[in-house]
Design a binder for this molecule. Structure first.
Ligand code: DC
Length: 226
């Protein structure tokens, strides 16, 4: 089998990981894997069953009832399939993001999803984004990038995204949610969000998407010849 390449992109909520990772994957002709969407699918499934993401017994009892599928449409958009149902749009809410953050601290959930993520990287060249890709999921990734931005900039971007969808979010509320998510994601016992030692940090607070992409391609070019 020829070598598979993997590019790991980690960072806090709202740092622009998915927008950037998706475009990067399209340009490199790699498979894009948004691992946050997988955690969101678990959270959504448990939510429908009325199980709290903090209920360790409930989560372990029902996780086996969930089959997660990942498909891609012609635009390279990742679709999440929950027990045969496409839930791609349903998982994109602040509430499910928050619940995903809580459920991702459950060891059983991380264990199940770990194999699934590694499997994709075994079979495809990937750009994978998440919180623990460079540290845990793909510790031997060819390139590791830690994308970050100040909490205020991330909240501002999130507000603009929500406004574009016709919602009227309060900046203070969105900022508080981002700060809470940062806290949860960096303080959980297993695979917390942290920068891998061999990761390159990129603070995007003052950069636009095109600048971030260009810088990432420069970083990748320094590490591997594709
Ligand atoms: O990137 P996102 O906002 O869609 O992720 C939702 C939550 O899922 C995030 O707050 C923490 C969890 N997550 C994780 O624990 N590990 C990953 N690799 C990706 C996401």
């Amino acid at each position: 089998m020829s070598k598979r390449y993997s590019i790991a992109i980690d960072g806090p909520a709202g740092a622009g990981k998915s927008t950037i990772a998706r475009q990067l994957a399209a340009e490199l002709n790699f498979r894009y894997v948004d691992t946050g969407a997988i955690y969101r699918t678990v959270a959504y499934f448990l939510d429908l069953l009325g199980i709290s993401p903090k209920d360790t017994d409930g989560v372990s009892r029902y996780i086996d009832e969930l089959t997660i599928g990942i498909t891609y449409d012609e635009d390279g958009l990742q679709h999440m399939i929950m027990n045969g149902m496409d839930v791609t749009g349903d998982i994109r809410t602040q509430e499910i993001g928050q619940k995903a953050s809580l459920v991702s601290a459950q060891p059983v959930v991380r264990e199940v999803l770990l194999d699934m993520q590694r499997e994709v990287a075994r079979e495809h060249n990937v750009v994978m984004d998440g919180r623990d890709i460079g540290t845990v999921v793909l510790p031997n990734a060819d390139v590791k990038i830690f994308l970050t931005a100040s909490a205020e900039v991330r909240a501002d971007r999130r507000c603009k995204e929500l406004a574009a969808k016709g919602q009227k979010p309060s900046f203070e509320k969105v900022l508080a949610e981002i700060r809470q998510r940062d806290y949860q994601d960096t303080h959980r016992a297993i695979a917390p969000l942290k920068m891998a030692r061999d990761s390159v940090k990129l603070d995007t607070s003052e950069m636009n998407v095109q600048e971030v992409l260009a810088e990432m391609k420069r970083i990748i070019g320094e590490k591997v010849t594709l």
